[in-house]
Design a binder for this molecule. Structure first.
Ligand SMILES: Cc1cc2nc3c(=O)[nH]c(=O)nc-3n(C[C@H](O)[C@H](O)[C@H](O)COP(=O)(O)OP(=O)(O)OC[C@H]3O[C@@H](n4cnc5c(N)ncnc54)[C@H](O)[C@@H]3O)c2cc1C
Length: 502
């Protein structure tokens, strides 16, 4: 604050934690709104992020910088101790993702209402429409771009439809109330050679494009360990972190935007304990870490009588809302990609196959017993408090997965494809890596950690903006919606900071 009582840029400085898709959306939105931003990223800028070469329509080369740790034994189980997959590096899990970016459907925000107040989102599709479009423009989406049953079209840069061979299947799917279309995917740029293992790495595509200046900087190797609320209502936040040399550091901020991923963000709030917040920041009602959800992920391998096109990937939308119980939708994604295409060319059947597979992503009803907890006194490799992750798919949820498998087989059968089931299993909880719910949003602090603008109830200058804020977890891939929610929250935060500074 200057002597004349006017706020300086630094008084309005916002610290963003993390450079994954949610943090990148936050940093870019705040910077564009004229707010000074410091991004703290636990990963090192020297981390091996991989290498991708793309020419229009085709990823020619994709080298991974690091591998995620998957278990060999990942068959169906109700295991209540799933693994937590994360990557502490610039871009976070966008170093590994498959770039599928379907929008949520308007009904996805109200599907849980029938189950009670607890499952009511405080925002709806129309609140996100503008931010969905803005994020899609950054992601460079390829897809059909038209609305189909159960899936809004969105803004696509490259229109791409399913090949003709799918026509009878599309018709049979529609007759049963399903949409069947090309999967919307982010591809970053038409021609590209990038230091990232996926076509769209959020650090490379978004944060790296912002010129460094006193108004914008990124500190790498800065692992945030605690947020401390100082003062009364007009509180500042002190952000504590360890730097690359392992030294403890801190900095003041007018506001903090936490985007460390659904599990790490909840952990950071739980770790932020002091006299005012003895159970952790925003945890007065004991909700932080609870209501954890992930998509049950089914893998289906089949053989068909006639070939179908394998490029672009097909997306089968969920059963009609109302036909299955609330929060029980399941969508199917065809396995596709450059490897599968190359193999089809070697078989002299370009982009065609009779043997194919689908990933089925389901929904689970969020439940407070599914949660993360701090294992106090224990540290993980990164130096953070070790957590235990409790996550279980109940029988009803697994039944819906089987029902969705049968529906897909029925659609293919009635379209004359005579499908033969080769393999079917549901992965362990947590293996979709679509975590959400741990800092859920709700109008009331009784049911939610944050409000509709991602502000922690009672602490408006701490915002949590990743998929942890999802009130429920519809079957669609989460990242685009998390980015849109993050951008909306940060536009609101920028407006609040400007008003406070007048
Ligand atoms: C194999 C795979 C495929 C996937 N495919 C898809 C897909 O097709 N579509 C889709 O929607 N989603 C997909 N996902 C999920 C998607 O990658 C995540 O939803 C998304 O990356 C989450 O973004 P985020 O910003 O919330 O978190 P993250 O991507 O996890 O980023 C978190 C960031 O915070 C940093 N960080 C963490 N803790 C701290 C700390 N204490 N201090 C400072 N920095 C910290 C990390 O280094 C990282 O940069 C996939 C995931 C995997 C693993």
């Amino acid at each position: 604050m200057e002597g004349n009582g006017t706020m300086t840029e630094d008084d309005r400085r916002v610290v963003v934690v993390g450079t994954g898709p949610a943090g990148a959306a936050a940093a870019l939105t705040l910077w564009r709104a004229g707010i000074a931003v410091t991004v703290l990223e636990a990963g090192s800028d020297r981390a091996r992020r991989g290498f991708t070469v793309r020419a229009p329509g085709l990823t020619l080369l994709r080298l991974r910088g690091s591998d995620l740790d998957y278990p060999h034994d990942s068959r169906q189980t109700t295991d209540s101790a799933p693994r937590w997959v994360f990557d502490l590096s610039p871009g976070g899990l966008s170093n590994h993702w498959s770039c599928a970016v379907p929008r949520f459907h308007p009904r996805d925000f109200t599907d849980g209402d029938a189950l009670g107040e607890e499952y009511r989102w405080p925002l709806g599709y129309d609140d996100l429409r503008e931010d969905y479009a803005e994020m899609e423009r950054l992601l460079h989406v390829s897809g059909c771009g038209r609305d189909v049953i159960g899936l809004p079209g969105g803004e696509v840069k490259h229109r791409i439809d399913l090949p003709k061979s799918w026509r009878p299947v599309i018709d049979r799917a529609a007759a049963l109330g399903h949409g069947l279309t090309s999967l919307p995917k982010a591809y970053g740029e038409d021609w590209t050679m990038t230091r990232a293992a996926t076509p769209f790495n959020s650090y490379v595509r978004m944060i790296k494009t912002i010129p460094r200046s006193p108004r914008f900087d990124v500190i790498f190797g800065a692992r945030v360990t605690k947020l401390e609320v100082c003062g009364g209502d007009a509180a500042k936040i002190r952000v504590h972190y360890t730097n690359e040399a392992g030294q403890e550091r801190s900095m003041p901020a007018a506001a903090v935007v936490v985007a460390a991923g659904a599990l790490a963000s909840a952990r950071l709030l739980l770790e932020s304990q002091d006299r005012r917040f003895p159970e952790g920041l925003g945890n007065d009602n004991g909700l932080v870490g609870k209501y954890l959800h992930d998509h049950p992920l089914g893998k289906l391998a089949i053989e068909l009588r006639r070939p179908l096109g394998i490029h672009p990937a097909a997306y089968l939308t969920r059963a009609p809302y109302g036909e299955v119980p609330p929060l029980s939708g399941v969508a199917g994604i065809l396995w596709s990609g450059t490897g599968a295409r190359l193999r089809s060319w070697l078989r002299l059947a370009p982009d065609q196959a009779t043997e194919m597979g689908f990933s089925l992503f389901g929904t689970m009803v969020p439940d407070p017993t599914n949660r993360i907890e701090l294992r106090k006194g224990e540290r993980d490799k990164s130096g953070g408090t070790r957590i235990s992750v409790k996550l279980r798919f109940d029988d009803a949820c697994l039944r819906e997965m089987d029902r969705a498998r049968d529906r897909l087989m029925e659609i293919l059968q009635s379209a004359g494809m005579a499908p033969v089931l080769k393999e079917w299993f549901v992965e362990k909880p947590g293996w979709a890596v679509h975590f959400g719910g741990t800092t859920r949003m709700h109008t009331s602090p009784r049911y939610g950690v944050v409000d509709a603008f991602c502000a922690v109830h009672g602490v408006p200058n701490v915002r949590v903006v990743d998929s942890g804020v999802f009130t429920t977890g519809p079957e669609k891939n989460p990242t685009l919606t998390a980015m849109a929610i993050s951008a909306r929250a940060c536009r609101h935060l920028a407006a609040c900071l400007r008003t406070a500074g007048r």
